[in-house]
Design a protein around this ligand. Sequence first.
Ligand code: AMP
Ligand code: GLY
Length: 428
Amino acid sequence: MNVLLFGKGGREHALARKMSQSSRLGELWVTEAGNPAIDAIARPTGVPCDIRQAYRLQQFCDHHDIDLVVIGPEDPLADGWVDVLATPTRVVFGPPKEAAQLEASKAWAKQLMRQAAVPTAESRAFTNAEAARAYIETRDEPVVVKASGLAKGKGVVVCGTQDQAFAAIDRIMVDREFGEAGDTIIVEEKLEGQEASVFALVDGRNIWLLDCCQDHKQLHEGDRGPNTGGMGAYCPTPVIDEEMLGVIQRDIIMPTIDGLRREGIEYRGVLYVGLMLTYAGPKVLEYNVRFGDPECQVLMARMDCDLVEILWATATGCLDTCDMDTDQRVACCVVMAAGGYPGLCEKGLPITGIEDAEADGSTVVYYAGVARDKAGQLVTAGGRVLGVTSLGATLAEARDRANAACEKIHFENAHWRRDIGDRVLVNR
Ligand code: AMP
Ligand code: GLY
């Protein structure tokens, strides 16, 4: 099977690496060159990935007999690449553009949740800053202000006071920090509890839940500091047991898929539900229509089966014919970030020690913001640089191994959280 992969971050390195181990894989192509680890196993198409010139990638796929297209990031899903690349002989892993609104428009997602009675924070949508301010003045409890559109995980402000909420509205609607993504905002009640990420493969008919993960969004240890794209994750998480997973499937995943069906939308791909585990049960914080980053890294580290086959089965509606084996060890991914992240970061700093870090045989270093300079040296090229992912018999062992591996890797001003998973370790 010839496969084309969209994206070039840490999540896509994890997907590409797992696909490259498949006996079903023919040629692996990637839409963008530049990630040295992906470039070592996939060939760049050399064709611009611009939806206004979709015919160029369509022609590429026809010419190179691409059988399966796998879309990693949210933007190409929101742009509708699934709709333009799928043909009777070529399938795409990912939901169609209409379904991608679950992530691309929080206002749309909230309305679907309301109609399908999916538990979530109470909220209201506003297209006018004055009206949003007036609403907040009537609320005593803390609120969360969110840009409705895609903002790379940065368009959410959890506000402790009314003044913070007013400031968030100004940033999003007046200063337009996230551009059009902030034309509509959501103001919602602040929920309390542990957060967890649930991933369901959905093939149109069958739903297949993967083991649950916990991400660590805040920059600093102890869950302090600004939100980031994710500083580390582990899987499986003990905060969701079998019984709660059953509730999540029955009360959240199935009503969501049914709600989409009532809108005439068939969901295929991975549905990622961000949950807050509140005293009143699990509630949806957000939907995403792709794998999480860095959750994908821990999911792939544990997956003990043929990923190409599974993605193909999801895209063609025959998940029920697949078996999925999972390594029973715990996986922990620690993100090594560049100085300055989540703000502006210095790029081009030499990275050393990756081979050493992987020498324990239980660690894989996924490349995210990494490039190769003219001399062939690995250098930093983004905020989240590496996803150092280790397996261990317990979460503590996996975490210690990943931290020990991070110590062996060097680039200037590297920083990472040494407490990934501690939330559950200290509570036990
Ligand atoms: P989202 O992109 O909607 O998942 O929001 C990003 C992060 O903001 C989440 O992972 C939570 O940590 C936090 N968050 C979002 N909504 C709420 C809420 N209603 N209550 C508390 N925290 C929230
Ligand atoms: N790990 C958070 C995200 O992928 O959105």
